[in-house]
Design a protein around this ligand. Structure first.
Ligand SMILES: Cc1cc2nc3c(=O)[nH]c(=O)nc-3n(C[C@H](O)[C@H](O)[C@H](O)COP(=O)(O)O)c2cc1C
Length: 405
């Protein structure tokens, strides 16, 4: 499966901090995503994790000494220059207070700090240390200097630290560092654009403990919100109930019912340039909400349902210069239903899929959709990860924006 860091050359810089063990996990995650990762370590990092671990997992010798490699060969190649020239991006995780001081002041007295001076690729710096050290004035000053120099700083998480203290200083989880790497490498073609995304199911209450809903996990909408944020957009995500964590730098509005979703969407639609409706909104809601739990009694009971407002149709009616994109999950007649929806709701693009397969639709990590465009053309996409599909959809939206400019 193609990912956005497939075949990218990433250098992972590891320093002598207690969180060095997490960089092993990070390396594995980057490898899994198809990146080619080389590791440069400080001498002190070797007291925490052996270079052999990184060498075995990365498939490359590790550079920890300007004059020697982990495979103990004296090497005539100038690794710190060659690797710096080659790198698409660099992640320093964990970044110690010491290395931050060196980077900020251009000191080059070991393999990692020397490598950094020869570098032009973007750097993601992940400080991790005791919270008093992190609050130290010199460390703060050094971090501000690096920020001004164009380093991307990934703020440490607050929580219980290895030293027993509690506060900011924990290295973020590898998946969160990967998320910031993707942000760092993504084109910023949605900069200054406001994007409104909806995701997840809605719940229509029947009584205080029951509701009508559907199995939407919210993954597609969350992938779109993350991808748009990576590409520089200001993103509002209106989401029904899901188990997914809030995407970084995204304004998340959590709702339950279709009515609440409609209110939140209409409140934010005016300011949005792009609106993508990936939520699976209930078409109907119970007419009456029982105040108490409905007791088991008769063999059959009747539930009267009332049609909910069609949010997408209303958006189509109200839209001014927005690009409006919808999703259609169908169980039959995909093309006919999608084209009908596209026209009726005045959409620019509709992503339609048949929810009859295990790899496509509700709850899965992959999706296979056909995109139908306003100009009556269509594009059948192969099965792919929802993150990749989100970027392809945004690529197509950027094209629509370019045409309408
Ligand atoms: C057990 C232990 C844990 C440490 N953890 C950290 C840490 O998490 N962050 C940090 O900045 N320094 C930490 N230090 C201090 C660094 O190892 C020390 O400042 C060292 O000079 C860093 O070297 P380097 O930046 O070249 O890797 C720790 C030291 C010890 C002994």
């Amino acid at each position: 499966m193609q990912t956005r860091i497939d075949n990218k050359k990433i250098v992972l810089g590891v320093c002598g901090g207690i969180a060095a063990y997490k960089s092993v996990e990070l390396l594995r995650l980057l490898n899994k995503q198809g990146a080619k990762v080389r590791v440069v370590m400080t001498q002190n990092a070797r007291s925490f994790v052996g270079p052999l671990t990184f060498e075995a997992l990365s498939g490359y010798p590790v550079c920890f000494d300007l004059f020697q490699n982990s495979d103990s060969k004296k090497d005539s190649s100038i690794k710190h220059i060659d690797w710096a020239r080659d790198a698409d991006a660099v992640i320093i995780a964990p970044a110690t207070a010491n290395i931050i001081g060196k980077f900020a002041n251009g000191i080059a007295d070991d393999a990692l700090s020397t490598f950094m001076l020869a570098l032009t690729a973007p750097v993601l710096l992940c400080p991790s240390m005791n919270s008093q050290m992190y609050a130290n004035k010199a460390v703060c000053r050094n971090l501000s200097m690096l920020r001004a120099d164009g380093y991307f700083i990934v703020e440490p998480k607050a929580g219980e630290l290895a030293c027993g203290d509690s506060g900011p200083g924990r290295l973020p989880e590898p998946k969160d560092i990967l998320d910031r790497l993707l942000h760092c490498l993504a084109p910023k073609d949605l900069k200054d654009k406001k994007v409104l995304v909806t995701a997840g199911p809605t719940r229509e209450p029947i009584d205080p403990v029951r509701f009508i809903s559907n199995p939407s996990s919210g993954k597609m909408g969350y992938s779109i919100a993350r991808a748009a944020e990576h590409r520089g957009a200001e993103v509002v995500l209106v989401t029904g109930p899901t188990n997914l964590p809030d995407p970084v730098n995204v304004k998340v509005i959590r709702v339950e019912t279709a009515k609440e979703m409609a209110l939140a969407v209409f409140e934010h639609m005016e300011e949005a340039r792009i609106i993508i409706k990936a939520a699976a909104v209930s078409d109907y809601r119970p007419v009456n909400l029982a105040k108490q739990k409905i007791k088991k009694g008769k063999d059959e009971i009747t539930l009267f349902l009332k049609k909910n407002q069609d949010i997408l149709k209303e958006l189509g009616r109200k839209k001014k210069n927005q690009v409006l994109v919808g999703f259609a999950a169908e169980t039959e007649n995909l093309e006919i239903n999608a084209e009908k929806k596209l026209a009726e709701k005045k959409l620019d693009i509709i992503a339609a899929n048949l929810v009859d397969s295990l790899s496509s639709g509700f709850g899965t990590d992959t999706n296979r959709v056909t995109l139908f465009y306003k100009d009556k053309t269509k594009e059948a996409l192969p099965e792919m990860g929802k993150d990749d599909l989100a970027h392809i959809l945004l690529d197509r939206i950027v094209k629509v924006l370019d045409v309408s400019r």
